[in-house]
Design a binder for this molecule. Structure first.
Ligand code: UDX
Ligand code: UDX
Length: 460
């Protein structure tokens, strides 16, 4: 099967960067990324590369190289589907907020809409690739819709989960640990292998059946999240026993069977995938009556919620059991550094907890807009939008953010936080100068010498 034209539905954090790199590495293939969101597409087409809708180091260069050569962003979904030989589905699959499986199962309505649209438009054979993270056996549903509502053309469904991490997406795409392709039709699989083969060594491209591929994505994220929850559980133990979690992480990480990555204790993991994928796994296990399996994985999320709660509780306890009317500065709102994505960020939950105690909060994040921060808080529905705006201030300068603070909390590990003039900040805050480092990024010893009272996760 020869692929001349690719279409990707969904110009988000996954679809945008992935298609940019596929287009960069396959200049002979025309790649069109479509989205229902006109504003988003306009931003992808903006001549000013600083205005791309997603902040990812290195993305601007890739877009600059391929855009309007063989990479196009458009809202004309029908035309792109009609012309494409291969269609990636990269729309979002949020956790259901209603009905059966509420709070756990993935909401597949966007996926189904895409399938119906593809079926209605397609006049020639197509390979349909699932890029979105999906519950196991979604491909079956996808295939059933395509085959029963299509115009008699052939559809081959492949699963090709994305393993890129935000903040390092371009690097992850250009040098992936592995590419995973699940499917049944060998020719269709080979067509996708060839696209990745343009830059990925073939021994890194693995092929499996559809279900193994779908499940592997959920399991990879569950294992990664489990490591964070495991080290976070140990961080609490370190705080009461006098051990240092960084030392423990280093000591265990040097065992090659354990490995050193993903052992950074933190205020809790966030991001669009970890929680959602574990909830998916838990939901699938329960639906097959595998209660022990479900409970086992659910604990990873419970530990993560506990970590966020206890971080906020510790701020309250340290500030003499009340933060009512006090100024708390949050440095960082994104769920990790080098991204403007805030989905499920620990900062949202820590802020919400402190706002429940009627604290005044000032936020500074180098890449997240005030609009997004208010949107995140409003989405929780804990208090009115007006109340969120009364209690929360978003500023553009870290120094301004810290002025007259009763406590400062670091919630994202942005590199720039290390380079601040902390003496200048110290001079402007209320004393004792409490500093809560939720990411272990600051030099605690040095700051203590400057007068700060520091609380670091996993250190006593
Ligand atoms: C991706 C994956 O698709 C998701 O399954 C995974 O778990 C996280 O990463 P992401 O790219 O991060 O999602 O989502 P998002 O940035 O929300 O982008 C999805 C885009 O799809 C949005 O721009 C949305 O407008 C678009 N969309 C959604 C459509 O174009 N059509 C639809 O029917 C639904
Ligand atoms: C994750 C997976 O890594 C990626 O393979 C998948 O495709 C999507 O989900 P992402 O969510 O973008 O990627 O970022 P990741 O680097 O995995 O971080 C997730 C969260 O865990 C962040 O909040 C991060 O701060 C936190 N984390 C990570 C820790 O708290 N400690 C660690 O040691 C590592």
């Amino acid at each position: 099967m020869k692929i001349d034209k690719i279409c990707c539905i969904g110009a988000g954090y996954v679809g945008g960067p992935t298609m940019s790199v596929i287009a960069q590495k396959n200049p002979q293939i025309q790649v069109t990324v479509v989205d229902l969101n006109h504003e988003r597409i306009a931003a992808w087409n903006d001549a000013d590369l600083n205005k791309l809708p997603i902040y990812e180091p290195g993305l601007d260069k890739v877009v600059a190289e391929a855009r309007n050569r063989n990479l196009f962003f458009s809202t004309d979904v029908e035309k792109a589907i009609d012309e494409a030989d291969m269609i990636f589905i990269s729309v979002n699959t949020p956790t259901k907020t209603y009905g059966k499986g509420k709070g756990q199962a993935a909401d597949l309505k966007y996926i189904e809409l895409c399938a119906r649209q593809i079926a209605a438009i397609a006049k020639s054979d197509k390979i349909v690739v699932e890029k979105s993270t999906l519950p196991v056996r979604t491909a079956e549903a996808l295939k059933s819709i395509l085959d029963h509502t299509g115009n008699g053309v052939n559809f081959h469904v492949l699963s090709n989960p994305e393993f890129l991490a935000e903040g390092t997406a371009i690097q992850d795409l250009q040098k992936p640990d592995r590419i995973l392709i699940g499917g049944e039709n060998q020719e269709a699989i080979q067509a996708l292998v060839d696209i990745y083969g343009a830059w990925v060594p073939t021994d890194r491209i693995i092929t499996t059946n559809l279900w193994s591929s779908e499940l592997s994505k959920l399991v990879a994220n569950a294992f990664l999240a489990q490591r964070v929850s495991s080290i976070n559980a140990i961080s609490e133990l370190c705080e009461v026993t006098g051990a240092n979690v960084d030392e423990v992480a280093r000591a265990i990480g040097m065992d090659s069977r354990i490995g050193s990555k993903f052992l950074r204790a933190s205020v809790g993991f966030g991001g669009s995938c970890f929680q959602k994928d574990i909830l998916n796994l838990v939901y699938i296990a329960r639906s097959y009556n595998l209660y022990e399996v479900a409970d086992y994985w659910e604990q990873v999320i419970m530990m993560n919620n506990h970590q966020k709660d206890r971080f906020a509780d510790n701020i309250i306890k340290t500030l003499y059991n009340t933060v009512n009317g006090k100024n708390i500065t949050l440095l960082g709102w994104a769920f990790k550094k080098d991204t403007n994505d805030t989905r499920e960020s620990a900062a949202i939950y820590v802020a919400d907890h402190l706002l429940d105690e009627e604290a005044f909060i000032t936020v500074y994040d180098p890449k997240v807009t005030a609009e997004q921060i208010y949107k995140d808080l409003d989405y929780l529905g804990t208090r009115s939008p007006a109340e969120n705006r009364r209690l929360v201030k978003v500023v553009n300068s870290p120094y301004q953010a810290c002025e007259q603070a009763h406590a400062i909390a670091i919630l994202t590990e942005w590199d720039e936080f290390k380079a601040y003039n902390w003496q200048q900040i110290y001079d402007k805050v209320f004393k004792p100068a409490f500093l809560f480092d939720g990411r272990g990024v600051l030099d605690g010893q040095q700051l203590m010498m400057q007068g700060f009272t520091i609380y670091g996760i996993g250190r006593c």
